[in-house]
Write a protein that binds this ligand. Sequence first.
Ligand code: DON
Length: 625
Amino acid sequence: MRDADRIDTSRPRWPTFRHDRAPRSLGVGLLLLLFVSACQPGDTGAGTETGVGSGAASAFIEAGGAFPEGWPFAAEDAPVTATEGMVASTDEFASRVGIEILAAGGNAVDAAVATGLALAVVNPEAGNLGGGGFMMIRLADGTVFAQDHREKAPMAATRDMYLDEDGNVTDLSVRGHLAAGVPGTVSGLWEAHRRFGALEWTDVVQPSIDLAHGFEVTTRLVSTLDAAQEGIRAFEHSARIFLPGDAVPGIGDTFAQPDLAAVLTRLRDQGPDDFYRGETAALIVAEMERGGGIITLEDLDRYETVWRDPVAFDYRGYTVHSMPPPSSGGLTMAAIANMLERWDLGAMGWNSPETIHVMAESFRRAYADRNEYLADPDFVELPTGEFLSEAYADSRAETISTERATPSAEVNPGIDAFLDESHTTHYAVVDAEGNAVAVTTSINSWYGGKVVVEGAGFFLNNTMDDFASKPGTPNQFGLVQGERNAIGPEKRMLSAMSPTIVEDADGDLFLVTGTPGGATIITTVLQSIFNVVDHGMNVVQAVHAPRVHHQHLPDLVFHEYGGVGGATASALEALGHTVLERDPGPPDAYFTGGMSGDLQLIMAMPDGSLTAWSDPRRGGTALGR
Ligand code: DON
């Protein structure tokens, strides 16, 4: 439980990331075309400062807004600004690949695909070939697309595959070969490029091949490898590549991944056929057979990316576009936003007990319904209309008291009519034409199930844990999910990943937002929108601001370490909330230390320029041109 007054102002500020040198080589002459005019200050030695620094002016600051004393991220930093395009991701090398693709004449989809593939190399803890994700695309003409390349359960998966003989949940859904769902990333990136790309496929794949031949190890990679090394060491091939000489590589060491370079080269030359039907498919299946996994050649061959109807909802005159199921993001955000429109959060004040209370109460109710009702729409009937309806939001919101917290035990799933029937990463790109792409991609835990495919050099996901292994018991994110999200052959597991694009009242592009963070993804993305729309923050402030979270069960208001002051926490406790400050971990636990996911946020400004900020919580970089 929280220590009411603990905001440790003596705690060292977050270290600043430096990527002082560009990767060894960056693809077929693209460097010649490089013109980076804006970059995230403090994170890079490349690029010029031109265009940086529109100042921190914002309605939030003008109204006297401030972050809690001791909070490690400033409200005053100037955002990255640009006019010709922007890329924001968790890794500078990957953002640089994206910006170079834009400079070479690629559009936002080309840049997103290239950035995603680069992340599979430089961010192996979350970026991936062996996982899956979701992509939102908004073309400059306003058409919005939602692409689902989520993993699927293998055909041999069974409902109780993670239970022991006593019916208890084992750790096999999070660790090892059996934890892997059939990967979707390669299919998704290929399909996006096939449908919308402007450059040749070979040009968008090449930079990741160059990075796989060697890049300089970053602080983030060292930190996450250090945290995951015990799990990685359990698998010989994983350790051989990622713990060379049985040790975590040093910052600045050159890290080469020849097996991965070979896979990416086949991807460049053969497209996804190699991954789903060719040599790489055979390597995946051989790895499965070696380690007791169940993904077969037929599973890989049958994998398909699905284009789905995006979820759209109005929030105070802005239109929010996000992912439909099997992501729970769009519908859960819609339910929360519709409830919260009853309160003037701006007038109630950012981070005030009143605002946190009504947010937590709305989160609690929407997550109760998310956890119970949402699942793969190809297998289960979903109450989509209810999640989006004002009537549902009314019926939910009218049970919210401003005087007291409602215990989660009293908040049952609330869609009566329907009852009658029955370690991730995010990146965002906007190009000069105004096409926008938001992608959240994952192998679930950092380094997934810790299994590297021998001969292929990439980690497999452990996303099977996003199913309810035993409905009614928590998964690794503490989400207590229901029967509809039970395991089934070829079913997609429910996700919280929420790549999101917001339009202003005129229907013009406004925000591109998203984050990792497991169950907290939905509330983090929403708070980035509330911070801008309700509290007048600019992109830096909206990213830096501390966040709160509630997910129905456990019945707790979580907040980031140092994010809520003692008086506010006491006021929430007086309303009946149990407030939990996230554990900061050891002093050098940069990436786990009491923080939620690293948000990537791009804002289209009224004058046609772009501003962006990449979250320092995991040391990302926004680059503009
Ligand atoms: O799809 C989901 O909801 C999870 N697999 C996301 C995992 C995640 O964000 C972990 N990262 N911090």
